[in-house]
Design a binder for this molecule. Sequence first.
Ligand SMILES: Nc1ncnc2c1ncn2[C@@H]1O[C@H](COP(=O)(O)OP(=O)(O)OP(=O)(O)O)[C@@H](O)[C@H]1O
Length: 252
Amino acid sequence: MRSMSDVSQICPAIELQDISRAFGKRKVLSGITLTIPKGELFGLLGPSGSGKTTLVKIMTGIDRADSGTVHMLGETMPQLKMLQTFGYMAQSDALYNELTGKQNLAFFGAMFGLKGRALESRIQYAAGLVSLNEHLNVQTSAYSGGMKRRLSLAIALLHEPKLLVLDEPTVGIDPVLRKSIWRELVHLTKQGITIILTTHVMDEAEKCDRLGLIQNGKLIALNTPEAIKLNTGSSTLEDAFIALGERAGERE
Ligand SMILES: Nc1ncnc2c1ncn2[C@@H]1O[C@H](COP(=O)(O)OP(=O)(O)OP(=O)(O)O)[C@@H](O)[C@H]1O
């Protein structure tokens, strides 16, 4: 008989089956079916309000679908124990402003059971990744918007999650740092970590292994960046998405 860890070895990182969600009378997601294998760098794109944040919240169990099923590494979601498995970076930063950057990291690290040397070394790694080492002892209330985003990303990475779910992770981050963060994200997926992110930035979308395009709560395209361009006869992803959006609009 297979143990739970054997099951998580062979299961995809995320499996969504026929997910729908409405807020009141407003249908935000309709019939989304999507499988994301382990180690993939998956990008969710779509116009503002198309349902991307709602979908990633449902993947992590932060929000619940009205119908459909969610599995993370073979486990039915939501499940409290899965909080240890993934790191989530929300669009708005959830930080303690009266604490320093380091105290914030230590607080969230302790919540994930990290302590002593292990906690210190993870804080140094995560802060280094987002170039915050020199600002760790500054109170977070004095951080710029970009620094807060970077600290939120460091917190999401702190407990070595197998899966990272990042909602517009590089908004407000300067191009040089954005590049180095992306280099590290790609490096993490090479180690088998799955990354699912939302973005509006086309050059970030180009770096993803696969993209899902959401429009009006429906998944209207799912493929590699190259195939999406090829299938629409477009030279840029931007043109491809405009073409796909128009086609989907005509079908509705
Ligand atoms: N808790 C909520 N209550 C009511 N409506 C909501 C709630 N959360 C999201 N919505 C609505 O659902 C729709 C989809 O929102 P969502 O945040 O998922 O979009 P998005 O694609 O992530 O947008 P953006 O790119 O601007 O972040 C929007 O119309 C939003 O107003």
